[in-house]
Ligand binder design. Structure first.
Ligand code: 0WD
Ligand code: CA
Length: 385
């Protein structure tokens, strides 16, 4: 099978700031007891409108409808209202957490983690990631870890500057969403309206990976029928190239790893995949039960084992917690209550390293806005009492 990521152990302290030394046992693959993942419990939902304003309602919720056969996924491309790329800020999720946290005992999230679902997907699928590295910013406040994807200014420009081909490819996914959804439960099939990627409906859940509590939020595409208190009607929509041969099939099975964890983390039970041609013509539709996916790929050429990912995830979080626990700020910085921000770097086939950011890098993370590290100041102030 694929090698599990290992932790970089250069034995040299980072010139920029302190380096935390990770345990070597991180390289062990499937060994050790199976790590459990608690069934996610829904906490709240919210919507972003076309002005990207957040509202604690379900105004952006969509309902599943079967898409028209042979639909042209380029439809409406010229009218796509594209949300500008942004840094992976936690603001919306933190707003949601502030609204629900009073229902939990004091210190409930002590030792816990708050992050967008996308970040947790990246962490858990890392053992099988062979190409794309990633970077996280990490803060620890009152014993709770906050993780955000680190998107540098250069990376932001790069993401905004997609080739026309890539832009169109990513549009296919959004247009499939429009063909598969409507604003009301019993609408007739067809185009669901022009794509505006500012608009999103998000679900926030709490769960546990091993002994670590998680509060995670993520975008959910639609519901089948109606929204329930248990989130058991949520549907994730995906497009993928039609499978024509064995190689395509194993490529698709590799992709299923990401589809699986993305949905699993929020407790989304169904994934509807629209297979398409390279030119964007919709072919067959296939619905997958999220929980059945690992069994479907077992023993196949593109196979993967979710227990490796969960085991790795637990060790990853333990490693980050251990690193940030020893607060190595200088006395002067402590006096000023300067924010401590850590940077986690994942290098495919190599592993993970963590360093504490120096003042200039923290400045860059704050990006001149009213923040304490990457946390919005209103949230930071809320934490003080
Ligand atoms: O701008 C950024 N750097 C990002 C912002 C990266 C990732 C997420 N986010 C935001 C999302 O907009 C959302 O408000 O964080 C929130 C939660 O996202 P998530 O659910 O944790 O993100 P993820 O699981 O990575 O992606 C879910 C969906 C995607 O669906 P597909 O089927 O492609 O996995 O969120 C959408 C996308 O539809 N999405 C984006 N839409 C526009 N711009 C982006 C983006 N950069 N990233 C994800
Ligand atoms: Ca989707």
């Amino acid at each position: 099978g694929s090698p599990a990521p290992q932790v970089e152990d250069t034995g040299k302290p980072s010139p920029k700031s302190e380096l935390a030394y990770p345990p070597k046992s991180l390289s062990s693959g499937r060994s050790g007891p199976l790590v459990t993942f608690q069934q996610p419990s829904p906490l709240t939902t919210f919507s972003y409108d076309s002005k990207r304003e957040l509202r604690f309602d379900d105004s952006a919720l969509r309902y599943y409808v079967d898409p028209p056969h042979g639909a042209d996924l380029r439809y409406g491309y010229e009218r796509w209202v594209k949300r500008p790329e942004e840094k992976g800020r936690l603001d919306g999720l933190l707003k949601a957490w502030l609204r629900v946290r009073d229902g939990f005992p004091e210190g409930f999230m002590n030792g816990g983690v708050i992050a967008w679902r996308g970040v947790m997907t990246r962490i858990l699928t890392a053992p099988y990631e062979e190409r794309e590295g990633w970077h996280l910013n990490v803060m620890c406040v009152n014993g709770t870890l906050y993780l955000e994807e680190h998107v540098s200014d250069a990376k932001l420009l790069e993401k905004e500057d997609l080739t026309p081909h890539h832009r169109l490819q990513s549009y296919y996914g959004y247009s499939f969403e429009s063909f598969c959804t409507a604003g009301t439960p019993h609408a007739k099939p067809g185009w669901g309206g022009d794509v505006d990627t500012n608009v999103q409906w998000c679900s926030v859940v709490r769960t546990k990976l091993g002994n670590t509590r998680l509060v995670i939020g993520g975008e959910v595409d639609c519901v089948r029928g109606k929204l329930t208190k248990t989130n058991d009607t949520l549907v994730e929509l995906k497009t993928s190239l039609t499978i024509r041969n064995q190689l395509d099939e194993s490529r698709f099975e590799k992709k299923l790893l990401k589809f699986y964890f993305q949905s699993f983390l929020l407790g989304v039970p169904e994934i509807v995949v629209g297979f398409r041609s390279p030119a964007g013509k919709l072919g067959t539709i296939q619905s997958f039960q999220t929980m059945q996916i690992p069994r479907m790929v077992r023993g196949k050429p593109g196979s993967w084992d979710p227990s490796i990912c969960l085991g790795w995830g637990e060790r990853f979080l333990a490693f980050v917690k251990e690193a940030v626990q020893g607060d190595v700020r200088s006395a002067a910085a402590k006096e000023e209550e300067a924010p401590v921000v850590w940077r986690v770097d994942f290098k495919p086939r190599v592993g993970v390293s963590i360093i504490q950011l120096g003042p200039e890098a923290v400045e860059e993370v704050q990006a001149g806005s009213d923040r304490y590290g990457f946390l919005p100041r209103w949230y930071w102030e809320e934490q003080l009492h």
